[in-house]
Design a protein around this ligand. Structure first.
Ligand code: MV4
Length: 449
């Protein structure tokens, strides 16, 4: 096992990784920006190194600064958390060249999955169901028209280098295709430095369902069931749960068998998430793969009893999945996560500043992942996520009731948070019945006006 690990992140996920290391007897090195001097990840790590000014580009995203800190502290490995450098293949390559183990997949695999159209073709080749669409990128407006005729409107144009919904356009008729093609391509070029697009059949009211995977460095791949992530606004997830009410044991077994074969073939390693869309006929289609630990990993930890971050560390140090996971994984109960953001719950404007009072709920089946504390400061430079509230019950109904109890005891004063929004969602009849898709929040917010 590693002797010492640097955590190239901040906030709750930095603390989450520190906790896993501490429990495995690994020394930890925090890095921090000038804005995070008083953060808990700095206080709870064995060592901490300031790597630059507040702006992410000057600190957490500054590869030479991160690598210098790792070399000065003489670490064996770097855990990137989520966001920031976690899916940056160049960073993983620099780690490799510096003889530091990057805790994640090899850079070649990260690069493949980052090119969404290549990932799609790789999945297709391995018989993972994908949506009808272009074979590779569409390289002109004329090419796009041809594919759209073949696939049938509505279609969706997506950026090859994309993510987060940028460079995406829904096209409903041949007439509007030229304008939307150029708009998507220009937006993608500005956002990602690459304007290449591909095309898929558009699903009107999809559900977003993702499968958690773990792969060791000896060719063994296992899935740890699915998460339902349809409750989101502007491509930011708000609530995630596991299992999904829509996924039958048969679907679960089929996806498991297909992904094990496919990801072994690709040479996948460490933790990853495979994203699917499910249509109204419960058909499920691959859309993209995330090559990192995700924000919502605790819901999977609750229903499986597996510590995914410890599993990442053990896999990266060469251990076999057969020594990390039980022979047969059991799925137990139902888990739900609410993302608590520092923002106005109605206007969604960011709310930075000093937290004056902070009470975290607890009790059976309640988990709070946060790096915040009373008198702490939420800086304006970073993601607005300040806490994750995760609950586990025997049934979805019990989990929802537990969440409502926990939300009512979660006190944050001094800044605004999304807690009141979550409370309103948990009173919604359709949400409670599990009747929702990725358009749920749009309808919910429109009805509140
Ligand atoms: C789609 C889609 C409908 N049809 N693809 C949005 C972000 C990107 N990761 C994929 N996205 C979508 N792709 C086809 N062929 C609808 C979305 C989509 C969406 C997907 C998951 C969760 C929330 C979403 C919100 C709007 C659109």
């Amino acid at each position: 096992m590693f002797r010492k690990v640097l955590i190239a992140n901040r906030g709750e996920i930095a603390l989450r990784v520190i906790n896993a290391c501490r429990e495995l007897g690994i020394r930890t090195v925090a890095i921090y920006s000038e804005a995070d001097r008083n953060s808990l990840h700095v206080r709870f790590a064995d060592e901490a190194i300031c790597i630059g000014p507040p702006r992410p580009a000057d600190s957490y995203l500054n590869v030479p600064a991160v690598i210098s800190a790792a070399e000065i502290a003489n670490v064996d490995a770097i855990h990137p958390g989520y966001g920031l450098l976690s899916e940056n293949a160049n960073f993983a390559e620099v780690c490799r060249a510096s003889n530091i183990k990057f805790i994640g997949p090899p850079p070649e695999v990260t690069r493949l999955m980052g090119e969404k159209e290549k990932a799609r073709q790789a999945m297709k080749k391995a018989k993972v169901p994908i949506l009808p669409g272009s074979d590779g990128v569409v390289d002109s407006e004329e090419d796009a028209q041809e594919w759209a005729q073949r696939v049938g409107f509505p279609v969706i144009l997506k950026a090859k280098a994309g993510g987060g919904g940028r460079g995406m356009r829904i096209v409903r008729t041949a007439e509007e295709l030229p304008n939307l093609y150029h708009a998507a391509s220009t937006e993608a070029a500005n956002a990602f430095g690459n304007g290449e697009l591909y095309m898929e059949k558009f699903i009107e009211r999809p559900r977003h369902i993702e499968f958690q995977v773990l792969a060791d460095e000896h060719g063994d791949v296992r899935t740890l069931f699915e998460r339902e992530c349809s409750i989101q606004r502007r491509h930011q997830k708000l609530i995630e749960e596991a299992p999904s009410l829509q996924v039958t044991p048969k679907i679960r077994e089929e996806i498991d068998a297909t992904l094990r074969r496919c990801l072994t073939e690709i040479g996948y390693q460490n933790a990853g998430t495979v994203e699917f869309l499910m249509d109204e006929d419960r058909q499920i289609y691959f859309i993209e793969m995330n090559t990192r630990i995700q924000v919502e990993h605790p819901v999977t930890e609750f229903i499986t009893g597996i510590d995914l971050v410890k599993a990442q560390l053990r896999i990266a140090s060469g251990e076999r999945l057969s020594d990390i996971l039980p022979a047969k994984l059991e799925m137990r109960g139902h888990a739900i996560e609410c993302r608590i953001n520092a923002e106005n719950p109605v206007k969604f404007t960011p709310s930075a500043g000093r937290i004056t009072a902070f009470n975290v709920p607890g009790g059976n089946g309640v988990r709070v992942d946060t790096a915040q504390y009373a008198e702490g400061v939420v800086p304006p430079y970073y993601d607005s996520l300040i806490a994750k509230l995760i609950v586990h019950g025997d049934t979805r109904e019990e989990a929802m009731n537990k969440m409502q109890r926990a939300l009512s005891q979660f006190v944050v004063q001094g800044i605004e948070t999304s807690i009141p929004l979550h409370q309103a969602i948990f009173e919604d009849e359709n949400f409670r019945k599990g009747e929702f898709d990725t358009k749920f929040m749009e309808r919910f917010l429109a009805a509140r006006q």
